[in-house]
Structures are given as C-alpha cells and as structure tokens.
Design a protein around this ligand. Structure first.
Ligand SMILES: *Cc1c(COP(=O)(O)O)cnc(C)c1O
Length: 372
C-alpha cells in the first residue's frame, strides 16, 4: 500500500508539473485553447498537426496530464460514451464474445443491444458482484465497472484480468466512479481503461468529456485511429475545461471522500435510512475488494428509504442536495435511480457527495433526515 501511495503521489506531481517542465520563457503555464481546423501545411502532410480532426495542441496538453496519472498513453473524447465506443471499437473482433456487467452504466448495455448485437457480437451480462465467480474462459472482451453504478458492487480487477488474459481476452474497466487516483486500473492488469470525465475528473458540472488510456501501443493506436476516422473529436475549449478541473482533482477528492465517509456513518445509524451502500463501511459487501484495490472508497453512497415519496422528500427538501442526475461534482447531488429504469428499489437514492464544508453538510443532511 505504501508503495501505491508513493506511485500515486509521483504521478500527481508529474501531472501538475508536466507542462511547466517543457515551457520556454514567456509561455503560459496554462495550455492555450487552440481553435484550429487548419494548420500551416505546405509540402508533404507529414506533420503532427495536419488537420483539426487529426490532432490538436489543447488535446495534447490534457492527454499528457491525464496520461501522467494513468501512467499510459491517453486519447481524449468529447464525452464518456464517445470514449466507451472508441474502446469497444478498438477491442472488438468480428463475432467477438463480450461480457458486460448487468448492473453497470445502462447506456453501455443499450449501445451494445442497439448497435453491436446485430453484427454477430455475442453479449453476456453478469452482475458485478458475481463477476469474480464467473467462468471467464470464453470471452474476447470483459467489460468491468467497479464500483458499479449505481449499486456500488465491486469485483476483483487483478484476478479477473489474470483469468481473462489466460484465455486470450482483453479487459476494459470503466473507471468513472473511482478515477485513476483512487483506483489504478491499468496497474491492476486492465488492458484498457475508460472514464466519463464529465464526472469527478473534470468535476465542475460544466463539460461533457471522456478519455481512453492503454499501455499496449497497438490498442491505443486503434483508439486514436477510431477518433480520427469517426470524427469523435472534442472541442478545444472543452478540453481546456477538463484540464482546469483535473488540476484540482486530488484536493476535491480528498474532501469528497472524507465527507462521504462521515455521511455514510451518519446514514448507517439514522433510523430514517433503511440501508446504506458504501464500500468504506466495514460490513458492506464491497468493503474487502474496495480496500484491496482502491486508495479510498470514493464519494458515492447508495441509500435506501422506505419508499419513493420519502426518498423524493429527502432529495428535494434538503438544502444541501442538488436534485440532478450525474455525479462527481463540487456540490452534493442526488437522485432516485429507479426513475431511469435501473434495477434498484423505488426508494434507492444515489448520493454524490461534494466539497462542502463537512460540518455544514452533515448538519443540513441530518436535519432533513430527522424530518422524514
Ligand atoms: C456518465 C457515465 C458514462 C457516460 O459518460 P458521458 O460523459 O455522460 O457520456 C459512462 N460510464 C459511467 C460509469 C458513467 O457514470
């Protein structure tokens, strides 16, 4: 663990100082937003920037920074789903057998159903909590999301990667909920990692963004080629917003994780809350695996109230909770996931804990709980 913390701190330092180290006198510490469709290109087109769809200096600044955290080559995308699609396209072979979590981010399953199954891609779904026991000998691509969203179940990335690799398959982890700071998926053996940077990585609820990282040169080259050929290109201003958010990722996560731990303990003992899911609680089903592979248990809490009405009152009457979908922002936010059709009870609330001062947040939430 000590070694992991040192590696994490080293990557964090590298990320923060990567750009500064290369600057010449008079250049800005922040990356410029380069709005460019055309670059000067006389003669042969063998230049790093031939055309706006191929590459962009603002993307490169962001990719270098995220790449320092992932310790891997990184390609950025205009949304998490654009990154997910790129990873799938890079990893799939014709007639591939794919294993998906049945309880992961639902749009990934819909995408597979709507657009991939028809091309002889065979998709099997297994719950995240059952992944560790599932026979992995038949898959070309194993897709993981741990902790899963919204149920917060976990699976053992290192063990699954070992079994999948032994059978010749690839593993891709959607690391949105944890971020590379809390869970170094590539160190644990994943071949590809994807993230919706819309969430905690950019962290300010003002931009959609995503990235794919891999240490295998051929795989990441396929991802890059997919971006270039499909035109799944981020705007340079959005890339800058993601860069700016990323610079404070560690301090935000520190506060969010500490707030979440304190709140999870409050929920655990409060009579208005029927059940709490949080990988940092010692009797949570995810505790052992989360402790093994995550630096901290994160900032998302699952809460069960008696019914839909009580859950709605908690969300809408608490002044410290912003009623919205998505997670990982500065402000604490929450929603009932059943409203999107997730396979959870009507009274289940996904709470994304934010950066508010802890005592003020705790008292606002406990006052609302007392009225339920
Ligand atoms: C939000 C989310 C996505 C999709 O990201 P967008 O930026 O909304 O496209 C993918 N995976 C997970 C786990 C998410 O939470």
């Amino acid at each position: 663990m000590r070694k992991d913390i040192e590696a994490r701190n080293r990557r964090m330092m590298e990320m923060l100082h990567a750009r500064a180290a290369k600057l010449t006198r008079g250049e800005s510490l922040t990356p410029p937003i380069v709005n460019a469709a055309k670059y000067a290109l006389p003669g042969d087109p063998d230049h790093a920037f031939p055309y706006g769809r191929f590459d962009n200096p603002t993307w490169q600044s962001l990719e270098a920074a995220i790449g320092a955290l992932e310790d891997a080559e990184t390609v950025c995308f205009p949304s998490g789903m654009a990154a997910v699609t790129a990873a799938i396209m890079a990893a799939l072979k014709p007639k591939a057998k794919v294993l998906l979590p049945s309880d992961g981010y639902y749009t990934v399953r819909v995408l597979m159903d709507e657009f991939f199954r028809q091309h002889d891609i065979e998709v099997t779904e297994v719950a995240t909590a059952d992944m560790d026991r599932h026979d992995l000998s038949a898959y070309d691509l194993v897709w993981l999301e741990t902790p899963s969203n919204p149920g917060l179940d976990t699976c053992d990335i290192a063990a699954i990667a070992e079994h999948t690799h032994a059978a010749g398959g690839l593993v891709c982890v959607d690391n949105t909920t944890a971020t590379p700071l809390l869970q170094p998926t590539l160190d644990l053996g994943a071949d590809l990692t994807v993230s919706s940077d819309t969430k905690a990585l950019a962290g300010h609820s003002d931009v959609l963004f995503g990235h794919v990282s891999a240490r295998n040169g051929d795989l990441i080259e396929r991802v890059r080629q997919w971006r270039k050929l499909s035109g799944s290109t981020p705007g340079p201003a959005e890339a800058y917003l993601a860069y700016r958010g990323l610079m404070t990722l560690e301090v935000r996560l520190e506060r969010m994780c500490a707030n979440a731990m304190a709140l999870a303990n409050l929920f655990y003992t409060h009579p208005a809350v029927q059940a709490v899911r949080f990988p940092g609680l010692a009797d949570d089903p995810s505790y052992a695996t989360a402790t093994k592979q995550m630096a901290q248990p994160g900032f998302v809490i699952g809460l069960s109230f008696a019914d839909k009405a009580t859950a709605e009152r908690f969300i809408t009457e608490c002044p410290a909770i912003f009623a919205a979908t998505s997670f990982g922002g500065v402000q604490t936010s929450g929603e009932r996931r059943a409203r999107w059709g997730d396979d959870v009870a009507e009274g289940y609330v996904r709470l994304s804990v934010g950066c508010e001062p802890r005592d003020a947040l705790m008292s606002a939430i406990s006052e609302t709980l007392d009225t339920l």
